[in-house]
Write a protein that binds this ligand. Structure first.
Ligand code: FAD
Length: 557
């Protein structure tokens, strides 16, 4: 059996772990288990800071599972002259790629130059030249220009009447929720403790300074108190709620905007490359092929409804479909072609008079009079730099913390990491080859390798033990049990949404094996029939939420 280097990170021993955590005095409590909270937990624990991370839902259930899933510099921010932001994210791309190669894949992006588009040949060429320069992109990966005919050879679905030429440039594609999970696991491997389904409801104070939190367990409906010398809120769109609890919501505030992605089968929209194209309303849209599907996004609209249930509306679907049909004239998508979707909130910093797309994507740190440190804004791509800034600040403020240097620039995030991308690609081919005899398809091998890295081998070998099941179910069972045992999956949607991405990228598998997935969780957690029924109906609701679209007006009710 292939060796597994991951630590157990299993909520079936959660009560014990919570009891132990309650008896400790941590150096640091982090509120929020998105990419920012996870990144801070990893940076702090690598520096020897005793850390506790608390997440109210599942890890990455906020914005960090709803992004465009790109590790990118943000070409469009050049137009807003956000040179510092573009440079920083551009440089970080290579760092994240090196530190977790199986989750951060090089991706060629095509920018079509079109009649009346945002970019013409000269501005696009200049922008991408600056982009490549700021990010120190190696010569071989720098921009390439294509004529109209060459572009149509690459992407025959583009509208020849509007198309003039195109430019290709380099980006990276990731899976945001898996990245967050691997970073959280790395923090735990380095001594941090982390719990999902523990919501911080209030703070505890000593001499006017925050020294602990009151947290509610959404599973047992119990309340716990945890204490720490320092508290950081990395609660994304919920940061202002916690600042309000801390009586420190003054000055700058968050401005939430909604961004939606829709998913269609790759057969319906068979592009060969990722394409970054004009929406013809001054915005730019991504279309990204991934396995069996192509996903398209995103919108950018002001948001003030329920932050815990953000939905894609029929208006959002129509907007994105219209953008596609205009530039890809042969595609003719309609709303019935949309098989899945996700909608997330950007926690941006409010600036008077600016529209959603004009607001800066820069991060911001707020320190309250009672020393609550809150961080919001920023991008998935810049998580490591944001985390370093917060931990440096903590060390500066609290001399009792170990004053060690940041180690995350070269730290390999996965427990059994590939040294580089070539090694990952070789592993993927070997996996395809070795398991052909088990009828493991190329798609399954690639999916497992790019989702779980070398742990794919462990998952496949475990699946061979379940001989009473057909191969598809045996593999699914093994994958589910891996995420329960090593990744704190506690509810079926933790698995089919954030651990595996199946809800977005292979919703048919979720629908086909829905009862099987529920049953595996029921057995693993010994749920009563009543509890199973209630979880089943919530999971059905999740599937409806991502695949059935109502008008904004009806969603309001
Ligand atoms: P979140 O991921 O929202 O994490 C905050 C967490 O705090 C949540 O999980 C929440 O449940 C938890 N929480 C809240 N309150 C409490 C409480 N009281 N107790 C305990 N836990 C609590 N960036 C890129 O680099 N590349 C992209 O391609 C990209 N695309 C994007 C597309 C869209 C549509 C959007 C919306 C954003 C995109 N971004 C992208 C930005 C990026 O996704 C975000 O910057 C990032 O995910 C924010 O992470 P976070 O950890 O700060 O917030």
């Amino acid at each position: 059996m292939t060796e597994i280097l991951d630590l157990k990170f299993d909520n079936r021993d959660r009560d014990d772990r919570i009891s132990k955590a309650k008896q400790q005095d941590f150096d640091l409590i982090i509120v929020g288990g998105g990419i920012t909270g996870a990144g801070i937990a990893l940076d702090a624990s690598l520096r020897g800071i005793k850390t506790l991370l608390l997440e109210k839902q599942d890890f990455a259930s906020g914005t960090s599972s709803k992004s465009t899933k790109l590790i990118h510099g943000g070409l469009r921010y050049l137009k807003q002259l956000e040179i510092g932001l573009v440079r920083e994210s551009g440089l970080e791309r290579a760092v994240v790629h090196r530190n977790i190669p199986h989750l951060v894949h090089p991706e060629t992006m095509i920018l079509p130059i079109v009649e009346n588009g945002e970019f013409n040949k000269i501005t696009a060429s200049l922008a991408i030249f600056v982009y490549d320069y700021l990010a120190k992109v190696p010569k071989k990966d720098r921009k390439k220009s294509f004529s109209k005919t060459q572009t149509l050879n690459l992407e025959p679905l583009l509208n020849p009447t509007l198309l003039k030429s195109s430019i290709a440039y380099s980006e990276y594609r990731t899976d945001d929720a898996r990245l967050t999970m691997e970073i959280t696991k790395a923090a735990v491997r380095n001594g941090a403790e982390a719990f999902n389904y523990l919501q911080v409801n209030d703070f505890l104070y000593e001499n006017g300074k925050v020294k602990g939190v009151i947290a509610e367990d959404s599973y047992l409906q119990e309340t716990h108190q945890f204490s720490a010398k320092n508290i950081v809120s990395a609660a994304g769109p919920w940061v202002d709620e916690l600042r309000l609890k801390n009586n420190s919501l003054k000055g700058k505030r968050l401005h939430l905007t909604k961004g939606v992605h829709i998913v269609v089968s790759h057969g319906k929209f068979p592009i060969n490359n990722s394409i970054y194209f004009d929406a013809f309303d001054g915005r730019m849209i991504f279309a990204i092929p991934r396995g069996k599907v192509t996903y398209i996004g995103t919108s950018d609209t002001n948001y003030s409804k329920d932050k815990n249930r953000v939905l894609c509306s029929s208006e959002d679907v129509d907007y994105l479909i219209n953008c596609i049909n205009k530039l890809f004239s042969k595609v003719n998508l309609n709303s019935e072609d949309v098989i899945s979707s996700w909608a997330g909130l950007r926690p941006l910093i409010h600036e008077d008079g600016k529209s959603p797309s004009e607001l800066s994507r820069k991060d911001e740190i707020f320190v309250s009079d009672s020393d609550l440190i809150s961080i919001a804004g920023g991008k998935l791509t810049g998580f490591r730099k944001m985390s370093r800034k917060v931990v440096d600040l903590l060390i500066k403020k609290d001399p009792s913390l170990p004053n060690n240097a940041c180690l995350t620039k070269t730290y390999k995030i996965h427990s059994n990491s590939f040294d580089n991308y070539e090694e990952f690609e070789k592993f993927q081919f070997e996996l395809i080859d070795t398991y052909k005899k088990l009828n493991l398809s190329d798609y399954e091998a690639r999916y497992l390798a790019s989702t779980y890295g070398k742990n794919a081998n462990y998952i496949i070998q475990k699946a061979m033990n379940y001989q009473e099941l057909n191969w598809e179910k045996a593999l699914l069972k093994s994958e589910i049990l891996f995420t329960i045992e090593y990744e704190s999956a506690t509810r079926p949607d933790d698995f089919f949404n954030r651990r595996s991405g199946l809800l977005y990228f292979d919703i048919e598998t979720v629908k086909t094996h829905f009862e099987f997935i529920i049953e595996e969780f029921k057995l693993a957690f010994s749920w009563s029939p009543e509890k199973t029924a209630s979880i089943r109906s919530r999971c059905r609701q999740y599937i409806t939420d991502v695949s059935i679209f109502q008008s904004e007006v009806l969603q309001e009710e």
